[in-house]
Structure formats: C-alpha cells, structure tokens
Design a binder for this molecule. Structure first.
Ligand code: CAA
Length: 381
C-alpha cells in the first residue's frame, strides 16, 4: 500500500491548515465559550470549497478524493472539533447520500447548493428509543397520494436547527425491520416539521445538536431518497464513510492535544529542569506519538479504500474505534502533562478532552464498532 500523500492531497492539507490556523484557531475558544454556531466561518469554508470537497465539479463541488476530504476534516478539527463535526456531518451524511442515491432531479436540486455551502445538510436517524439499535426507529412515513405524512421525533441531530436540508429516516413498512425503512429529503421549511430542544453538551460547543419534531410533516413522494425499504442500507452505507470522517476528526483533536502537551513540557520547569528532561515524560510522549501514528495509518487506509470505492465497512469501524479511543487517551494525558493548569480554561487541553469524549459515542458507539468489525470478520470466513 502506498503511504505517501499525492501532491494534490498535500496541497489540500496545506490550504486547509493555513485557513484553520488563520481563521478558526483564534476563535476556537470563544466558539466553545459562547456555544454559538460559527456561521460566518462556515460561510468562509463554503467559499473556499470545503463544504463540497468529495462532490464532483459538475455538482458544485471540488472533485477531491476521499483522502483529501479526510485531511480537511483532520486539519479543521485540529483547530476546532466543533467545526470538524459541522463539516463532516454536512458532507458525509448530509450531502453524499443525496449525491449517491438521488434521482437526477434530486441531485440537481440539492447537491450544488449543499456542495457550495449555500445550504447546510444534516442526517436524522437517531430517536429517543433508537440509538445503537437503528433498526427500531418509530418515526412513521404514511403514504397519502403524492405525499408521505411523517410523524415522530429525532434526537441528537448534528447541525439540527442550522441545516437547510435533512435526510430523514422513517418506517414505511412496519414489521419489516431493516427492510421497512425509507429515506426522505426534508427541507427545513416543510410544513409540520419543527426544531425542538437544543442540547447543552459537555463539549463540541458551537456545533448544534437538536431534536427534530415531525408532526404530520408533508413530504412529497419525489423527495423520497431511493426506493421504499432501502433506507437502512442507505444509512449504513453512508455511515461507513461518515465513520472515517469521525476518525479524522479524532485524529485532529489528538494531534492538537499532543502538540500542546509537547510544547508545554519543553518550557515548564520543575526541580530545576524542563519537564521534558524527565524520562517518565519522554516515555509518555513516545507512547502518545506512536498511538497517534497508528490511528493515522488506520484512518488513511480506510479513506484510501473509500476513495477507490472499495468495501471498507470493517476498516472504517476499526479507524473510528481506534482513532477516537486514541483521542480520548491523548487528550486525558495532555491534561495530566499540564498538571493543575491543564484543568483550567487558560489552556485548550481541557476543551480537547471534553471534545474527544463524544467521538467515542456518535456515528455508532465504539461498542457498536466492535460489533460491526466482528460481523465483518464472520462474513470473511
Ligand atoms: N452497508 C450496506 N448495508 C449494510 C451495512 C453497510 N455498512 N450494514 C448493514 N447493512 C445491511 C445488511 O447487509 C442487512 O441487509 P440484509 O437484511 O439484506 O442482509 C441489513 O443492513 C441489516 O443489517 P444487520 O442485520 O447487520 O443490522 P443490525 O440491526 O443487526 O445492526 C448496526 C446494525 C451495526 C448495529 C447498526 O444498527 C448501527 O450501525 N447502529 C449504530 C447507529 C449509528 O451509527 N448511528 C449514528 C447516527 S448518525 C451520527 O451520529 C452523526 C453525528 O451526529 C456525528
């Protein structure tokens, strides 16, 4: 396997790193403190093409490969994990399902506006009683002439309330489990569709996480994405790609925490010398660097497979699981390296630690990733 980035991928990384360092990093702390959706930065990301990276140019995107897209998420997340998830959800599960499964009319109508950032996308699968067990959603879509009436509640929806277009999953054929679920494109102004409670979270402040309420929302038949009964497969296949994005987000957080810790121990002096001179600190840094490198290799490998349209369900889950566990570990250790200062808001490491936690939970908990890996292994036998 080729481990070198191409010159295009290197150029993408540099472009995003410069933008994130110049525009996002100086505002990251205030985004965290105010918990305000960073709309003006999202707009600038759209102007730079970052909201349509893996979408072909004919649909308003940049036509970059999946590895470049993943590098962009990593670099944005290095500066602000909140902007990382806004970008990842908008693209992986907010735009790509419409691009992959949409009719020519649906593609024409929605993808260019999403890819250019004129609209923001979101993905609505999770419900109060259906998180890990995604098959058990209860939101119903009842056909009524040329419309479906959607009724039910979605929770923990990233970009909820800020997005213009939602890909919503609902049951069309009750009792048929995974084969009774369909996907719908629901614009924000749809009658009967409301945004409910906005969550107050431990971290990822600035990224909105909201409840969606469908009260006999009228969705035209032409807004169904894919055939009736195809919804679960659409969701799962798009989550394969989405999980690589979360792995990249976690990698960005882990790298940021590591760099902050490494810098701090070089200048902090105790017992007459810099902390970095103590072997126990050196060993900690060596372990963290190795774990980050391993997470990077798993993540880049999964993205490379996705870029080639090769199957990557297991590899995506491995990358997501390992990279997010690494982010949690590295950020926790970074707080420890900073000692008492690490626990204060004077340094960013406490934010990194709070932001890292949810990466082990969303887009499938890390327990679910193990189930996906085990099923893939069984299917290979
Ligand atoms: N691609 C395509 N099809 C797939 C698939 C995939 N990756 N995974 C499963 N399927 C198909 C199966 O082939 C099967 O089809 P057949 O019946 O035709 O054979 C069907 O889907 C059912 O599959 P399973 O029997 O494996 O389903 P399950 O219910 O046992 O388990 C699960 C599936 C892996 C546990 C799944 O429910 C899951 O991933 N749960 C976690 C949910 C999740 O990730 N939610 C994330 C929400 S989005 C989010 O978090 C975004 C954010 O805000 C950051």
């Amino acid at each position: 396997m080729e481990l070198r980035l191409s010159s295009e991928q290197e150029a993408m990384r540099k472009l995003v790193r410069d933008f994130a360092g110049r525009v996002i990093a100086p505002q990251a702390q205030s985004i965290d403190e105010t918990d305000a959706f960073p709309r003006s930065i999202v707009k600038q990301m759209g102007e730079l093409g970052l909201l349509g990276l893996p979408i072909p140019e004919e649909y308003g995107g940049v036509g970059a490969d999946y590895v470049s897209y993943m590098l962009a998420i990593e670099e944005i997340s290095y500066a602000s994990a909140a902007l990382g998830v806004i970008l990842a959800v908008h693209t992986s599960v907010g735009t790509l399902p419409i691009y992959h499964f949409g009719t020519p009319e649906q593609r024409e109508l929605y993808v260019p506006k999403l890819a250019t950032g004129e609209w923001i996308g979101a993905f609505a699968l999770t419900e109060p009683n259906a998180g890990s067990d995604a098959q058990s959603i209860q939101t119903r879509a009842v056909r009524d002439g040329d419309f479906y009436r959607l009724t039910g509640n979605k929770v923990f929806i990233t970009n909820g309330g800020e997005a213009d277009v939602y890909t919503v999953f609902a049951v069309t054929q009750p009792g048929m489990g995974a084969h009774g679920m369909s996907a719908f494109i629901v614009p924000k102004e749809t009658k009967g569709f409301h945004v409910g409670k906005k969550e107050r979270k431990m971290g990822l402040n600035g990224s909105s996480t909201a409840e969606l309420i469908f009260d006999e929302a009228w969705v035209p038949v032409e807004n169904r994405l894919g055939a009736e009964g195809e919804g679960f497969k659409i969701a799962m296949s798009q989550l394969d790609g989405g999980r690589i994005g979360i792995a990249a987000q976690a990698l960005g957080i882990a790298r940021a925490a590591f760099d902050a810790g490494k810098q701090y121990v070089a200048q902090r002096r105790q017992f007459g010398r810099p902390l970095a001179d103590f072997q126990s600190i050196q060993i900690t840094l060596a372990d963290l660097a190795m774990q980050i490198e391993a997470a990077k290799l798993l993540t880049y490998r999964a993205a490379t497979l996705r870029a080639r349209n090769a199957p990557c369900t297991m590899e995506a889950s491995m990358a997501k699981l390992f990279s997010t566990d690494t982010a949690m570990h590295v950020t926790t250790e970074a707080v420890q390296l900073f000692g008492g200062y690490g626990y204060t808001k004077d340094y960013p490491v406490e934010r990194y630690m709070r932001d890292a936690k949810v990466t082990q939970i969303y887009e499938g908990t890390n327990q679910i990733q193990r189930i996906v890996i085990a099923k893939s292994l069984a299917n290979k036998e």
